[in-house]
Design a protein around this ligand. Structure first.
Ligand code: FAM
Length: 423
């Protein structure tokens, strides 16, 4: 009698051989497959992301910043994503106030988060906290009471606003628990924007440059059309009429993968290793050697490559531009290393010849500025991405319910069925 392991050991090589034969017919990760409606943004391989046809520089020009600030804020971006319109300053201030008023966490969530071991990855904690917030879901309660389909979107919007309001408070509490246990968390300031409050609660409120950086960061990470793993997950889970909390909790666990959002944590770890190995004098030559060592050891170069983009990511360019205007950032050795890596990595990746896109994505730049400003715990970086990506995901949830989009259910095929198709 065979064990289940022995039975599998026999089947796997047969399937592997079958797959090899079929490989050119399989849709590798559904790349390029047009299968989803997503209104808020479209990703062009060359031009990069456009939010309702507006590029990042256009958004920087047109969207109202925080009082006394220059960068795009989360509220302006959310308004644009949801409505397709540029908000007025008064509209943005009103939205900031609404979010601030709804930002407190329920006590049971505070207690739950405080009970988690500080060694549990911050992204795992964030997803758990967001899922627990579904206790509060207005959509779920209304669904149970028997609402009409045409009313779904209003309850989805209400949950979405509550989720967006609470995400930074939750994320800041996780930061406090993991890195500064016992430290008090400042109360939400009703006159401040969402990210202004988030930075305050993280304990960096005095640093106006970091606040501006995170405003820009959170606005431009907000949406990247629908096919990326986190956005698609939120959409898929939401299509079952799971409420926005559960849908977004699922999305966060897609974001937590190293090929997706966790790449920003990985980039900084990798760049710091590079710095340690290279030592004093950083030249293009020794960066190249380090890149080849990474590639030859079978690892990916984190922060490079993309499923859709075939040019440097305009989000990377916007974050680089932020550095270019500040002498303290330009003088930072890690920021210089990121810049120098960008000067050589595309050629190395072209020569390596595997990746379809040898250029940097947003994660190549996002962590080094945080590091410079003293937010040095890079296991936390994806949480910041997670605070941001909710903007696009909840926008889609509201529109999916408003348009009555159906449950997602693509067709899968076995290898035999594919073979029959291509014979
Ligand atoms: N370094 C080394 N090899 C790479 C590479 C990189 N940066 N990017 C792609 N490749 C390889 C890839 O592993 C694949 O190899 P195999 O044929 O051996 O499987 C080959 O090149 C073709 O891949 P592709 O078609 O160019 O890329 P995919 O669309 O399959 O994957 C990424 C896209 C982003 C997952 C991939 O480029 C990658 O792993 N990059 C590094 C991780 C990263 O930075 N992720 C963040 C992406 C980001 F924008 C985000 O989600 N935040």
């Amino acid at each position: 009698t065979k064990t289940i392991r022995e039975a599998l050991e026999e089947v796997i090589p047969v399937k592997q051989a079958q797959l090899k034969k079929l490989v050119e017919h399989l849709l590798g990760g559904m790349r390029g497959l047009k299968a989803m409606l997503w209104e808020a943004s479209v990703l062009d391989p060359i031009e990069g992301i456009e939010f309702h046809n507006k590029t990042i520089p256009q958004c920087q020009q047109e969207l109202p910043p925080a009082a006394g600030g220059k960068e795009i804020i989360a509220e302006s971006m959310l308004w644009l994503l949801l409505t397709g319109k540029v908000p007025t300053e008064a509209e943005v201030r009103q939205l900031s106030r609404e979010l601030a008023e709804k930002g407190e966490l329920p006590e049971y969530v505070e207690k739950f988060i405080d009970s988690l071991p500080p060694t549990l990855h911050p992204m795992t904690q964030l997803g758990m906290g967001v899922a627990a917030l579904n206790h509060e879901s207005k959509f779920q309660a209304a669904y149970e009471s028997g609402i009409k389909k045409t009313e779904y979107w209003t309850y989805t919007l209400e949950d979405s606003i509550n989720l967006l309001a609470r995400l930074p408070t939750l994320a800041a509490r996780i930061y406090r628990n993991v890195y500064n246990p016992g430290q008090p968390i400042p109360a939400i300031n009703k006159d401040l924007d969402l990210v202004g409050n988030y930075v305050n609660q993280l304990g960096f409120g005095e640093n106006k440059d970091l606040t501006e950086y995170l405003r820009l960061y959170i606005a431009i990470h907000g949406d990247h059309e629908g096919g990326n793993a986190s956005a698609h997950t939120a959409h898929l889970v939401g299509s079952t009429l799971s409420d926005p909390y559960l849908s977004y909790a699922a999305a966060l666990y897609a974001l937590a993968g190293p090929l997706h959002g966790l790449a920003n944590q990985e980039v900084l770890r990798w760049q710091l290793n590079m710095q340690k190995e290279i030592g004093g004098e950083v030249t293009h030559e020794n960066i190249k050697e380090f890149l080849w060592r990474t590639l030859k050891s079978g690892q990916v170069v984190p922060g490079y490559g993309h499923g859709v983009l075939r040019n440097p990511d305009p989000r990377f360019m916007a974050l680089q531009q932020f550095c270019d205007t500040r002498p303290d950032l330009l003088a930072d050795p890690v920021i210089q290393l990121v810049k120098k890596t960008y000067e050589v990595a595309p050629d190395v990746l072209k020569e390596h010849g595997k990746t379809k896109n040898p250029y940097p994505n947003v994660d190549a730049a996002s962590g080094c500025v945080l590091y410079h400003y003293g937010l040095t715990q890079f296991k936390y970086y994806t949480v910041i991405f997670g605070v941001s990506r909710a903007l696009g995901c909840v926008t889609q949830l509201v529109w999916a319910r408003a348009l009555g989009l159906p449950i997602e259910r693509p067709k899968s095929l076995s290898m035999e069925a594919i073979e029959k198709l291509i014979k």
